[in-house]
Design a protein around this ligand. Structure first.
Ligand code: ACM
Length: 641
């Protein structure tokens, strides 16, 4: 995952043992050497074998270095051939070879005689040139190791853009030497030094990943104003915002000093971030400060700006010119879209697919993020079904479609911190990465999940903590007690996303994210397997036993856990669901029709139980409901006979 463009399986397999080696023939450079070294380390970790080389070789035949810094139009294609006697990756660029190495490492699996890579011929290239992850490091601080391990995981699923949301109301996260009060007063001491930024950019470059900085403006800027209140449209003073939402502070678009400041700031950041694209945010500007300021209103009237949209349009055009002077092309969220901007500007659509199509029709390039918001904690299948070229974009002509460069998943950090963020990004991002890389025709949900789960486990060896933090977080909650029953409950639950949590309690960035909901996963793999069992009851002989084992465990779990506090009701409900499940299995086993009123009662009970509690839902309801529905169908069919 992502599925290559073309896969032709062969026969036999290449053994992966201590004699495995990776060697280059043809072009090589330090970046390729480092990638080859990382590959051997990864395979060592993944297989538990200390690899010393000497026999079975993966050859890298690379044509050239490719661009010195990863570029939008870079050739990322590769061919991979694996035979029992060895393997070869052929690519035009080092980045292509890096993509091929990730495919190779994913193909390794235990065979009868140890680890092996099955014979195969793969030809592969990306469908979209822009395949990104946006990470918000403002609302919750994400230290450098979080960034690095997520870059490794992005490379593992062939993503190539890291969009770093570096400033917002809740924190300004980069060291500015020109304007040091930005980080000194706007970050609680949680910011990246310029040396750290350079090392992250270099780390990403090594993996064929571009780094796009976002400095959100003119709204979402409270943290700038703590140190520089003169930038704002109202006098202040300002404090770092601890809550989230849309706040009134906005930059003053009418003063030359604002643009002078931004010119100098952008000059500094343009030198720090080598990518030619620069994100200015531009979303969710509250016009309150602009409409309440006499001087801004007078300035707007003098210039014929009728409303806030026109004012923001002027701000954007001015920033666009500043960026151009510093060699950068502007990106903004879809609010910046305005046909008076230069056609180079890229529009990132978060509010719907229609704005992306409108921009493409008007001659602008665009990225889709609507449908890829990871903070909503929706199932991977929901994101997988969203295609950058579907919806309103489906009606575009080929020239317009070519302007849609790809997409980015977005991880806003209101309800994630350094401990939980991996589990809110992964493994669902792997499914989105497949949408961006693989052929559009790949849409089968069961196949996606069947591949996503093993990739999730492989990402452990890449260094992610999405799985390794789960048990310790539950043990922390269990205290001196065994965490076993709590794990049963968590495995059967799914954490709710931003919409449900927003009003659940008075959250702020100072509230710890250490509760049951934070440990619970967005999507339960346990429940998904049981749903498959419930669907395949007739065809899969193992299914009834697996369902029976799970329902028995659930039915007994509340008595084992006997929890107090916010999960008490959830725990009781899991045991009720388990009992209903056991009764459905009994009806199905004996072939005795379930009484109509029993079916109605259980259906109602499950509907009640599925309502959110403690900011999670009980996913366990789903397989049981499938069985109750099967009993209802059996009754109807029986009556019709
Ligand atoms: C956004 O979600 N406000 C870009």
């Amino acid at each position: 995952m992502p599925m290559p463009a073309s896969v032709a399986p062969g026969s036999g397999a290449m053994p992966i043992d201590a004699t495995f080696a990776v060697e280059s023939r043809g072009f090589s450079d330090a970046r390729l050497d480092r990638a080859m070294h990382r590959l051997v380390e990864r395979i060592s970790r993944q297989t538990g074998i200390e690899i010393h080389g000497g026999k079975t070789v993966l050859w890298i035949e690379c044509g050239a270095a490719g661009p010195p810094y990863p570029a939008l139009d870079e050739d990322e294609s590769y061919r991979l051939e694996i035979t029992p006697s060895g393997a070869t990756i052929r690519s035009a660029t080092v980045t292509g070879a890096i993509r091929g190495m990730e495919t190779f490492v994913q193909s390794i699996d235990p065979g009868a005689n140890g680890f092996e890579a099955p014979s195969v011929r793969i030809e592969d290239h990306p469908r979209f040139a822009w395949r990104g992850l946006m990470l918000d490091v403002s609302r919750h601080w994400m230290p450098v190791p979080v960034i690095l391990r997520n870059l490794d995981a992005m490379a593992a699923v062939k993503l190539n853009v890291f969009h770093w949301h570096l400033s917002d109301d809740q924190g300004f996260r980069v060291e500015s030497k020109r304007f040091p009060k930005l980080q000194q007063l706007g970050s609680d001491g949680h910011f990246y030094t310029q040396a750290q930024v350079r090392s992250v950019v270099e780390y990403a470059r090594d993996r064929g990943i571009r780094v796009i900085p976002e400095f959100d403006m003119p709204g979402h800027t409270t943290s700038w104003f703590v140190g520089y209140p003169g930038l704002a449209s109202a006098p202040g003073p300002y404090e770092i915002e601890r809550k989230w939402g849309i706040f009134q502070p906005a930059m003053d678009p009418s003063r030359d000093e604002t643009y002078k400041f931004l010119d100098e700031f952008i000059a500094e950041m343009a030198a720090l971030f080598p990518d030619p694209y620069f994100h200015i945010g531009g979303d969710e500007v509250d016009p309150a400060q602009w409409s309440q300021s006499k001087s801004i209103q007078a300035w707007a009237a003098r210039n014929g700006f009728k409303d806030a949209h026109a004012i923001q349009g002027y701000f954007n055009r001015t920033i666009e010119k500043i960026l151009a002077r510093h060699g950068k092309t502007m990106i903004g969220w879809d609010e910046v879209f305005d046909t008076t901007l230069g056609h180079d500007t890229i529009m990132q659509s978060w509010r719907g697919q229609a704005s992306l199509a409108d921009a493409a029709r008007a001659g602008f390039r665009g990225l889709l993020s609507f449908g890829y918001y990871l903070d909503h904690l929706q199932p991977a299948s929901v994101h997988y079904a969203v295609d950058p070229l579907s919806g309103a974009a489906a009606g575009l002509n080929d020239e317009q479609k070519a302007r849609i460069l790809g997409g980015e998943a977005c991880m806003w950090s209101e309800y994630v911190d350094a401990e939980t963020v991996d589990s809110r990004i992964w493994p669902r991002l792997a499914a989105i990465a497949e949408r961006f890389w693989s052929p559009a025709s790949l849409t089968d949900i069961d196949s996606m999940y069947a591949r996503m789960e093993p990739v999730s486990r492989l990402l452990d060896w890449v260094g992610l903590e999405h799985r390794s933090n789960y048990q310790p977080m539950l043990e922390r909650l269990a205290g001196e007690k065994s965490a076993g029953p709590l794990r049963v409950l968590a495995d059967a639950s799914e954490a709710l996303g931003i919409d449900a949590r927003r009003d659940a309690r008075p959250y702020s960035s100072l509230v710890p994210l250490n509760r049951f909901v934070d440990a619970a996963r967005p999507e339960s793999a346990t429940v998904r397997r049981l749903e498959l069992d419930a669907r395949n009851l007739a065809s899969d002989p193992a299914a009834p036993a697996e369902l029976n084992a799970a329902f028995t465990l659930w039915a007994a779990n509340d008595a084992r856990l006997h929890p107090t506090g916010e999960i008490a009701e959830l725990s009781k409900n899991l045991s009720i669901v388990g009992s209903i499940g056991l009764q459905t299995l009994e009806y199905l086993r004996t072939g005795q029709p379930a009484p109509e009123n029993w079916i109605a009662q259980q259906t109602e009970a499950l509907r009640e139980i599925e309502k959110p509690s403690a900011e999670v839902t009980l996913a366990a309801v789903r397989p049981v409901r499938l069985l109750v529905e099967a009993l209802a169908r059996a009754r109807t069919n029986g009556r019709n006979k």
